[in-house]
Design a protein around this ligand. Structure first.
Ligand SMILES: [Zn+2]
Length: 392
């Protein structure tokens, strides 16, 4: 059975221990005592070194803790050294979680159902529905408890006693209890700070609905500061673009978005008008064939668009006419014809696209389709031109 030194002292980051068991390659080792926290209860394992070798993973096997090392461990007596920065970060996040979960019960009777301590952010899943304003209130209350710097203590009590826990435990026998003075008592094996002030600022961020629960993203201590710094830098960048004070940027961005939408509507209207004018001009420039119908074949550099349709419809609205447009990227085709041209665009294109392995359709005066390749497009263009007697 491994003695868990972090149970009594979460600030202990250097220790000496004896190897009591190991895998044949001596990369998975068991000690008589360890300060390394194994992944459990939503908190990731501690990194660091054991006998000068990097600790890659620490797992909880019930009675024993396994240390997975980067190389073979030769010694039987080893010095352990835990990455203090990572450990303290985990202590801040985990104690912050206890505090936040307790505040959500105190204020809104909303129990925490799960906790995840991630590399960048932490989340808790909370049962029930909470409004954003309620979460702002929880954030204020949580930080108030931080400022009060209440003691956080660890005690061991028997499960048969009335433990007064926030969440009942299923553990039998001796239970480790982490308490925040006058706020919370939780059965927990995690590493915690000794007073709420050390949690540092608690910042609530994103909210997501997940399987009927509310997932709350939160950050504590150093992570809150790093995030606030990143947020400020990002906002400042946007504000500089708009030459605006930071706090006025959201309204300005919204106004800019509306302006842009308006400009986009205008651009579309104008480019449709331009396409229509171009269709009329093209009609004027195109001579009628022997059958009295004006026919034009347009090769487009860009893909087919709203404008292509406007130009085609304008061309065929001016008199007896057929308009064929082909675009290579992606291979596609548009066929338009005036009613008095005698051509049925939908029928022709559907039939020839079927032969060419393409897809599409339309009505008698306008049809469109896409083709699997440039060769197929070329063949279809020739077929349509032949069928509708386009000038060579
Ligand atoms: Zn905990």
């Amino acid at each position: 059975m491994t003695e868990r030194l972090y149970y009594r002292d979460s600030y202990l980051t250097e220790f000496r221990a004896r190897v009591v068991d190991a895998s044949p390659d001596r990369r998975r080792v068991y000690l008589d005592r360890t300060a390394f926290y194994p992944t459990s209860g939503g908190q990731p394992f501690d990194s660091g070194e054991l006998g000068g070798l990097r600790v890659l993973e620490v797992t909880d096997e019930g009675d024993r803790i396994a240390h997975v090392l980067a190389d073979t461990l030769a010694e039987m007596e080893v010095d352990g050294r835990i990455d203090r920065v990572r450990r303290f970060d985990h202590m801040q996040q985990h104690t912050g979680q206890h505090l936040l979960s307790a505040v959500l019960i105190e204020l809104f009777d909303a129990p925490t159902v799960s906790f995840h301590l991630g590399v960048d952010v932490c989340t808790i899943d909370v049962a029930g529905a909470l409004e954003p304003e309620q979460l702002r209130e929880a954030e204020r209350r949580a930080n108030q408890v931080v400022f009060e710097n209440r003691p956080v203590t660890v005690s061991f009590q028997d499960s048969s006693e009335d433990l007064g826990l926030r969440k009942p435990t299923e553990r039998a026998g001796l239970v480790r209890i982490v308490s925040i003075e006058n706020l919370d008592r939780s059965a927990c094996g995690g590493t915690h700070v000794r007073a709420t002030g050390e949690i540092g600022p608690i910042l609530l961020r994103k909210l997501d609905r997940i399987r009927g629960n509310l997932r709350i993203e939160f950050l504590c201590g150093g992570r809150s500061i790093a995030r606030a710094r990143a947020d400020f830098d990002a906002l400042s960048k946007i504000a500089r673009v708009f030459f605006s004070p930071l706090d006025e940027t959201p309204a300005l961005v919204e106004a800019q978005r509306e302006k842009l939408q308006e400009a986009e509507r205008t651009r579309r209207r104008l480019s449709t008008e331009l396409a229509q004018a171009s269709g009329r001009a093209l009609y004027g420039e195109t001579a009628s064939g022997p059958d009295g119908i004006r026919k034009v074949l347009r090769h487009l550099e860009a893909s087919l668009s709203e404008e292509s349709r406007a130009e085609a419809q304008s061309f065929t609205a001016a008199g007896p006419a057929v308009f064929l447009a082909v675009a290579e990227n992606p291979p596609s085709v548009l066929l338009a014809a005036s009613k008095d041209s005698g051509a049925n665009c939908g029928e022709i294109l559907k039939r020839l696209l079927g032969v060419a392995g393409g897809r599409g359709g339309g009505n008698a005066t306008l049809a469109q389709g896409s083709l699997p390749s440039k060769t197929a497009l070329q063949e279809l263009t020739e077929s349509v031109s032949r069928e509708l007697n386009f000038p060579a």
